[in-house]
Design a protein around this ligand. Structure first.
Ligand code: SAM
Length: 284
């Protein structure tokens, strides 16, 4: 902890303030983020409507400047130049700027120009998904969005095959099934977690192997925002609760013996033991 935390009365020093914002639950904005947004001279953001709504919710009114890394070099140079005498907050639509979001070029231009850059930690879907998933977290690799095209997606996964760490991807609901199928093909037997709608009303984190998750999401088409996590090689572990969840789902549409067989196939667990457990669950 700093010995001398800055007072909220102090004028804000010119520079660039990287401000993380909520990924769904507005209560997740930090006290420091609110303080900087109140005291800055203006906010560089992805979408002025999205950020305008957040600031309105916080009772803050500031000039908003649209920014993305593909903005004209001239516009970025002007923004950077202004930070010699202005405090500018950088926000994205949600979460931590620069994490699959704009800001990389801006930060580097500021550093080149000797402009102070200050980063405020806060919400990030990748870290929230990791902590919720229960997958090994001593080592993890964030790999952003998987490519949209099938071959490119498989190639990226193949390139990560030997990484001894939990892999974290951002994914969209319409592409989830294809991504799960590709993981099942390229990285078979890996435990997968689908962390959906984090911090929101319908938050869900479902764990299993690709077959089981594909069967579930075929029957229950996913909606909303998704973090997809893939456990490290050799670490697949299906807890008793996870196995129960898979059995309950399967029992919704199959006979007991079929459900046990399907879950055994998806998890590698013993089919007879699953059958006994499925009978117990039916009796409960
Ligand atoms: N910079 C952001 C962050 O720190 O999380 C991520 C921005 S990226 C453009 C948006 C992607 O993040 C979504 O497509 C989804 O994969 C993931 N994401 C964002 N919010 C989420 C949420 N509430 N639940 C699950 N995933 C989320």
């Amino acid at each position: 902890m700093s010995d001398h935390p800055p007072s909220t009365q102090d004028p804000l020093l010119p520079g660039l303030y990287i401000v993380a914002t909520p990924i769904g639950n507005l209560g997740d904005i930090t006290l420091r983020a609110v303080d900087i947004l109140k005291r800055c001279d203006g906010v560089a953001c992805e979408d002025t409507r999205v950020t305008g709504k957040l600031l309105k919710h916080l009772g803050i009114s500031k000039p908003l400047w649209r920014y993305d890394d593909h903005s004209e070099h001239r516009d970025r140079a002007r923004l950077v130049e202004s930070m010699h005498h202005r405090a500018v907050a950088l926000v994205s639509d949600a979460g931590t700027p620069l994490v699959s979001d704009p800001g990389f070029r801006l930060i580097n231009d500021c550093r080149d120009e000797g402009i102070p850059v200050i980063s405020l930690p806060g919400p990030c879907a990748a870290i929230t998904g990791l902590t919720l998933s229960g997958l090994p977290n001593d080592r993890f690799l964030f790999a952003g969005f998987l490519p949209v095209k099938d071959k490119a997606r498989r190639d990226v996964l193949a390139g990560l095959e030997t990484i001894d760490a939990t892999l974290i991807f951002y994914e969209t609901a319409p592409r989830l099934l294809k991504a799960l199928a590709a993981i099942g093909t390229v990285l078979p037997d890996r435990e997968i977690a689908v962390a959906r709608e984090l911090t929101k009303l319908h938050e869900e984190c479902r764990r299993g192997l690709s077959h089981g998750l594909i069967a579930y999401y075929e029957a229950n088409p996913p909606k909303g925002e998704i973090v997809l996590l893939v456990g490290p090689p050799g670490a697949a572990h299906i807890s008793a609760d996870d196995a129960d969840d898979l059995l309950r789902d399967a029992l919704g549409s199959m006979k007991t013996s079929q459900a046990a067989a399907a879950v055994a196939k998806a998890t590698g667990l013993d089919r007879k033991a699953l059958y006994v457990r499925a009978m117990e669950l039916k009796g409960q």
